[in-house]
Write a protein that binds this ligand. Sequence first.
Ligand SMILES: COc1ccc2cc(-c3cnc(C(=O)NCC(=O)O)c(O)c3)ccc2c1
Ligand SMILES: [Mn+2]
Length: 259
Amino acid sequence: PRPFIQTDFPHPKSRDGDTLARHAAVHLQKSGYCVLDGFLNQEHSLNVLREVKSIQDSGVLIDGPLSGGRTSSEKSKKFTKRVIRGDKITWLQGQEESCPRINSLIAQMDELIQRLNYFLQGQYAISGRTKAMVACYPGNGAGYACHVDNPNRDGRCVTCIYYLNDKWDVTSQGGLLRLLPVSGGHVDVEPLLNRLLLFWSDRRNPHEVQPAFDMRYAITVWYFDKSEREEAKMAQLNEDMSKLRGEVSLPDVKEQKER
Ligand SMILES: COc1ccc2cc(-c3cnc(C(=O)NCC(=O)O)c(O)c3)ccc2c1
Ligand SMILES: [Mn+2]
């Protein structure tokens, strides 16, 4: 049977920024995710799609983390199990002259998240973001196995995905994003054009991309929580320094006392 697919996500009546951000804050705090349809106007979203396709045609997209190479568990074995090619990606700062419409989308995402931060009343202090990841799933049945974006406190608190797939039909084209919130159940999100999906990036939201059978486009930005990000950078710095010094930990001191 067709998976239960939620397409009638409630959408705030008025379009002003604060209403949208408040709606997103309420939904995130209640369910850990939020779907906003019609994030840009139709023409703008089609122009963003046009720019993504020209980026794809320019050949700058590289294999995503799991495509083409070995799956992480295969590193130890001699042979490498070839995974089917997964998503192809590129990273954009959001100021490139070659894609003004994508830059404008990123600016709108930034503005929404800054307003959202205000309505989260101190739950997070969202202070920065990653570059925007433009991803194309090639449509050969590749998907993305169930995973958590930020399992180990790397600083990312909100995942923000903008979908660009016009007239997408999951029954024939697959590519469904399935959230498996630890609070139970599952939420199926179709990767529809001009749809923005937000969800907490941590272990509360394991999610998967089911195999896609047509080219499937998305632009993802991860937003950082200030303190979690600072701690993660400090931990990384200490780890790098101890590697640099070739630091070796000594056997436990109290054993020596007993000698
Ligand atoms: C170390 O370099 C890299 C480079 C790129 C990386 C991209 C992802 C990633 C994570 N999540 C999704 C996802 O959930 N997509 C949901 C959807 O498209 O509907 C996705 O497409 C891609 C994870 C780790 C990476 C590491
Ligand atoms: Mn993910």
